[in-house]
Design a protein around this ligand. Sequence first.
Ligand SMILES: Nc1nc2c(c(=O)[nH]1)N[C@H]1C(S)=C(S)[C@@H](COP(=O)(O)O)O[C@H]1N2
Ligand SMILES: [Mo]
Length: 370
Amino acid sequence: MPYGTLICRTATGIVKPLPPELFTVHGGCAEMRWEAMRGAGYHVPADRFFVRNHTSTPIIDAAAWRLELHGSGLGNPRSFGYEDLLALPAVTRDVMIECAGNGRSLFADQQHQRVSGTPWRLGAVGVARWRGVPLSTVLDLAGILPSAVDVMPRGLDPRYVSDGVDHGRVRRPVPVAKALDDVILAYEMNGRPLPPDHGYPVRLVVPSWIGLASIKWVGDIEVSASPLASPWTTAFYRMFGEDHPPEGGPVLTTGGIRSAFELPWGARLAAGRPHVLHGRSWSAGGRITRVEVSVDAGATWHRAELRGSHVCPAWTRWHLSWNPRTTGPHVLMARAADETGTVQPTRTPYNELGYLFDAVVRHPVTVIHF
Ligand SMILES: Nc1nc2c(c(=O)[nH]1)N[C@H]1C(S)=C(S)[C@@H](COP(=O)(O)O)O[C@H]1N2
Ligand SMILES: [Mo]
């Protein structure tokens, strides 16, 4: 293993505790329970931030770790140690990371369609306050050339082998324009060094793009004067299926628009008294401008009250009060609109790998006698 990397040896391959009140475990991945955000503040605390690993969390010694920059797009290829990065001017930013497959299980639940991949409900998303060095700073120090077109970071976690095919280490190119724009090489999450599961010692944070682009445990970055590809831009993270070209649709970049209630799935609420329904909405396209809530499966809609700064690329909190009178099963729905005029649709077009489910989610609750 390079740089003294050890691989964590728990059943899930995840280091942090995964208590059932905070997480639903899917194999080597852990989904945040939305009720864990009730009263938790704007940022997702590290103890409940979702984990999406292709293999398992590596334990890396920051003192021995190096970030190698190499490739035909650099005039001054070089490497950086952890302390070198800490010494460079830092930026701090609230950024959401969301898996492209977030909401995947809803293709089956709501649209009766079969898709493959981790069956996330809506908890493969989180906002944290990230601190680190702009990727552009490091690329400038490595003498990025005008001819550079793609920048490909690669993780130090084990090679990803699926169905007997070795895809190598997790990596995915980002075009130079995005890499120089707002990408961060982050070493802190919510004011503390990154936890092992979230990329310690250093990960990329790529605002507004699907979570995969935010490569964890980055060990090297290739900067190339010719276009780069990886299985994560050819075999995965494209739209496949009947309505898409045989080689797949365009490589996925930005995420979608979604909403979630800070309630358990199947929550029980007492009849005859007011409840405040809390939730969050987000869109990679821009600020959230409106959220409507339905408590009767979409028959009528009410404007929710938005709270705080309506930032992008993070989320907006909202609430609405509800006084349920009739007992029995109810369906709650939240529908967000963003500043570009995009509104959550009632259906998401099918794709085989179940990416970017953006339709309004039908959240079941039961109203009980109190
Ligand atoms: N090296 C590496 N980086 C990675 C991954 C991985 O398995 N290995 N998973 C990606 C995916 S698909 C997502 S959604 C995000 C999840 O980040 P998190 O585990 O910190 O929530 O990390 C991305 N970066
Ligand atoms: Mo992901």
